[in-house]
Design a protein around this ligand. Structure first.
Ligand code: HEM
Ligand code: HEM
Length: 196
């Protein structure tokens, strides 16, 4: 258990909760803005989207700051190294049920490092740029992006498609964390420490 307590300190768990709640709020409200699935909710859904977008961005900056300068300084857990090429093969073999034993690859395996440390932060920054390009008061500052992708209709489409990139990768993340490491899930979410 000591391993889990050390691997997932309280600030990391709180930031994970904030991320989860905001991403849920952004996906539901964004989906509604794209295609309202009941009447009269546009005002509240836009409000939810705006609150969540600011909170999630502050949370992202805080998580990055904490990764480099916080007590745990866990940035190196997400950095990719040459040995990750070999580790990717090992973990794919394991995920394809070819080998039974989980290989020793460190706290996060290479696909996890790639998704947690690179893909999601970059996608969120990209989503923020395309989102602020859609937002009236900031649209002028992001006009370069709108022009680059060929107009506001394309910005909306890109913002919408990026939501799907999140939904698909988060679905995989949820499936694997529940199926693969349920103890870690219990600790990460509820601070519950089952017997090891
Ligand atoms: C992180 C910063 C974000 C900003 C600044 C932002 C901003 C915006 C803005 C201004 C709109 C248009 C609202 C309107 O027309 O009233 C919008 C729509 C939308 N947002 Fe976001 N958003 C962000 C993140 C996200 C995330 C993370 C998701 C999904 C996971 C998302 C999904 C959507 C969708 C699906 C729409 C509707 C697009 C359409 O009209 O087809 N947004 N967003
Ligand atoms: C119900 C939904 C979710 C579940 C069950 C879940 C579960 C977990 C678990 C168990 C871990 C521990 C590390 C591991 O073994 O992989 C973790 C880490 C992580 N999760 Fe999630 N997660 C969920 C949603 C999300 C969302 C929506 C995001 C953001 C898009 C996210 C981002 C991360 C990141 C970046 C880590 C790396 C560790 C850290 O930040 O300290 N998760 N998640």
């Amino acid at each position: 258990m000591a391993r889990m307590v050390e691997e997932h300190p309280l600030p990391a768990r709180v930031m994970h909760w904030i991320h989860l709640l905001c991403m849920g709020g952004l996906a539901i409200s964004g989906w509604y803005i794209h295609r309202p699935f009941f009447g009269g909710g546009m005002g509240i859904m836009r409000w939810v989207h705006f609150i969540c977008m600011y909170v999630v961005l502050i949370n992202l900056v805080t998580r990055i700051y904490w990764a480099f300068l916080g007590a745990a300084r866990d940035w190196h857990e997400f950095s990719l190294r040459p040995r990750d090429i070999r580790n990717t093969v090992k973990i794919v073999v394991y995920y394809l049920f070819i080998k039974r034993e989980h290989p020793e690859v460190g706290k996060y395996n290479p696909p996890q490092k790639l998704i947690y440390g690179w893909l999601w932060p970059l996608l969120l920054i990209f989503q923020a740029i395309s989102g602020f390009a859609l937002y009236g008061p900031t649209a002028d500052y992001f006009a370069w992006f709108t022009v680059w992708v060929g107009g506001l209709a394309h910005v909306r489409l890109i913002h919408y498609m990026t939501m799907w990139a999140f939904i698909i990768t988060v679905a995989l993340h949820v499936y694997l964390s529940l199926a693969e490491d349920f103890k870690s899930f219990l600790y990460m979410f509820f601070g519950v420490r089952p017997e090891e």
